[in-house]
Write a new protein. Structure first.
Length: 202
């Protein structure tokens, strides 16, 4: 038997959120600029602050809270959204490899498009065994030997992950645009213990 030690948590919402027509029309009004990988991103980074997105933002924060609770977050702390934006991947474009600095959790909501995985990478591109690849690569890698792992997303679902995780999305091989909403979060409240010299209020 093998136990997973120091596992990295990635959260998938239990239910799907169906955007309302008003919200879809609002997203269509947002301007975009070209990003790396041939995809497009909104220059605005506060798109969830619009009144039409209020219900959607509430649903997202409920999931962020649920993720935090499953990780053992203190009742003295809470999470809030710092920035939010929309990504559009036309056919044959991809989303470049990156991470999200200055954030605790990062989130991706799938607006439209065919199913596709978000790929996550080990930060140093090595396995649990350093640079030794003694396993049979022809049989496929496992959670213990892989340097890359995909999490399948689908329209209406939210995934949440530590912002330090390196990730990307492969080339859009479909004939339809792939559209997502991304947002970062931070924490506020009281954490740590004065007696342990790690007390912090933010």
């Amino acid at each position: 038997m093998i136990d997973a030690i120091f596992a990295t948590p990635v959260y998938k919402s239990d239910n799907l959120y169906n955007l309302k027509e008003e919200q879809i029309q609002y997203l269509k009004t947002l301007g975009t600029i070209k990003n790396k990988g041939g995809n497009y991103i909104t220059p605005r980074k506060d798109i969830m602050e619009d009144e039409s997105m209020k219900d959607f933002k509430h649903w997202c924060l409920l999931n962020v809270k649920a993720f935090g609770k499953q990780l053992g977050a203190s009742d003295k702390t809470s999470f809030y959204i710092t920035q939010s934006w929309m990504n559009t991947n036309p056919p044959h474009s991809y989303h470049h490899t990156h991470m999200h600095p200055n954030s605790i959790f990062s989130c991706i909501y799938y607006v439209s498009g065919d199913k596709c995985p978000t790929y996550f990478y080990r930060y140093d591109d090595r396995t649990s065994f350093g640079n030794f690849a003694f396993y049979d690569g022809d049989k496929g890698s496992s959670a213990f030997t892989a340097t890359k792992a995909g999490v399948m997303n689908e329209v209406g679902r939210l995934i949440i992950f530590p912002s330090s995780m390196v990730h990307d999305v492969d080339k859009n091989e479909s004939n339809n645009d792939r559209v997502t909403i991304s947002f970062n979060t931070f924490i506020k409240g009281e954490m740590g213990d004065p007696e342990n010299s790690n007390h912090l209020i933010i």
